[in-house]
Design a protein around this ligand. Structure first.
Ligand code: PMP
Length: 438
């Protein structure tokens, strides 16, 4: 593995002074498109931004006012590195919906679950250690693993989620190569980006494999309560307390702007995570934690999650209906039972990244599949998010994408392999959300 400093840009005069770990810190290749993709005329099926238009802002405002008037001096002060005790109790109540029986002492509040991924990796991974991930996997987690110079080994998924035999093989091959596996990173519910859910039988089997092979499981579950048709599935952590670190978040069930997530970890690990949290932030943001806590106390949060589920179900339906009506027969996709994402496979020979500038010119954006693999695979895949645009805009976006795809197929039939279209998109500065990471 190459641990030499980043040399990503010749214009950066600091480049020889950066730490070796910055070699993995590069903006995704599609970031340059964002300045264009975030214009209102573009239908963005790219970012996984929760649609908070469904939130009653007046109710949230009441909770915030209440926090300031009743606990203002606490809310504006430093707090515990582990997180607010009352919020940790409420987090245990939220996790009970997925069969988890946890003690608030074992919960560490984090700055979104993104920071929980970071802290767990910081605590476990030395450069060159291996993290096993699904293929594909969440781009924001892959970025964390890279930043800590851990190597990702992918294990295949199918319609029922991570394939147990693929996991067995990944473990065996990694160990046969003399490498150390630190944990399995898995997103069992409504996977980002693949949209699939790990079946109940598979959950038990994956836990059995990890127990037998002594592999820790990092269960990342921001979407578990956003199922469209059924009650939440039982978390892996509900059946295995010692071998699983569970991550949760209020970003999708409440609002991402508070940046409140958590890790539920075995006792010993929890202590290390708190120390890591203290060195990273001293404490997670007190005001945000009290705001989330007040919202959970004062508001019908279960009812709010139900209404989010209904809104996202309608958008999922709009997307899969449009795909069925408009996409060439040579495309395939899954129908997710929850969450935000559809994983689309393009006709053979079409490269999603090469096509993206042409799609943005046609006023539709998506994330190319290669973003979700650490090994360059995925060029024939596209992640489509249905969470943010209205159902009408989703249909319009899919129609535009179908047009671009049709032209791409014809181009390929005429000229062979498709090439990127340089110069189509201006490289202007973009300071909006990093929606390629969400
Ligand atoms: N894990 C997964 C699988 C995600 O999709 C996301 C955000 N899209 C996160 C973690 C991070 O979310 P947050 O930090 O907002 O909790």
């Amino acid at each position: 593995m190459d641990h030499s400093p980043a040399r990503s840009t010749r214009l950066d005069s600091y480049v020889d002074r950066y730490a070796a770990r910055t070699a993995g810190m590069t903006a995704s290749e599609i970031r340059a498109l964002f300045a264009v993709a975030s214009r209102p005329e573009v239908v963005s099926l790219a970012g996984g931004m929760p649609n908070i238009s469904g939130l009653p802002l007046d109710v949230v405002a009441d909770s915030l006012t209440d926090v300031m008037s009743s606990r203002g001096s606490v809310a504006l002060q430093y707090g515990s590195g582990q997180g607010d005790p009352q919020l940790r109790e409420q987090i245990c109540e939220v996790m009970r919906l997925e069969g988890i029986d946890a003690h608030p002492d074992d919960v560490v509040v984090t700055v979104g679950s993104q920071q929980a991924v970071d802290l767990v990796t910081r605590v476990f991974c030395d450069p060159g250690d291996v993290v096993i991930c699904e293929a594909p996997s969440y781009v924001g987690a892959l970025g964390v693993f890279k930043a800590y110079q851990a190597d990702v080994v992918h294990a295949e998924m199918d319609a029922d989620g991570l394939v147990p035999d693929a996991l067995r093989q990944a473990i065996a091959a990694t160990r046969a190569a003399g490498r150390r596996i630190k944990f399995l990173y898995t997103i069992p519910n409504f996977h980002n980006p693949a949209g699939v859910t790990l079946s109940a039988a598979r959950r038990a089997e994956i836990l059995d494999i990890c127990r037998a092979e002594d592999v820790l499981v990092l269960e990342d579950n921001p979407y578990g309560l956003l199922g469209f048709d059924a009650e939440p599935m039982r978390a892996m952590r509900a059946d295995e307390a010692e071998g699983v670190i569970y991550l949760g978040s209020f970003s999708k069930t409440f609002a991402p702007g508070f940046r409140v997530g958590w890790a539920l970890a075995p006792h010993a690990v929890r202590e290390k995570l708190v120390l890591a949290q203290e060195s990273a932030t001293l404490c997670p943001p007190t005001f945000s934690q009290l705001a989330v806590s007040a919202y959970l106390t004062d508001h019908d949060w279960r009812g709010q999650i139900k209404s989010f589920r209904e809104m996202y179900r309608e958008r999922r339906d709009a997307m899969v209906t449009a795909l069925g009506d408009l996409m060439p027969a040579t495309c395939t996709w899954n129908v997710p039972a929850g969450g935000f994402y559809v994983w689309l496979q393009l006709p053979e020979g079409i490269d999603a990244k090469a096509m993206l500038p042409r799609a943005v010119t046609a006023r539709v954006a998506y994330v190319p599949g290669t973003a979700f693999y650490s090994d360059g695979f995925g060029s024939r895949f596209v992640r489509l998010s249905f969470c943010y645009p209205t159902p009408e805009r989703i249909r319009e976006g899919v129609a535009r994408l179908a047009g671009v795809l049709q032209a791409e197929v014809e181009l390929r039939e005429t000229f062979g392999a498709t090439a990127p279209s340089p110069g189509l998109v201006p490289r202007s500065r973009y300071d909006g959300p990093a929606t390629d990471l969400t």
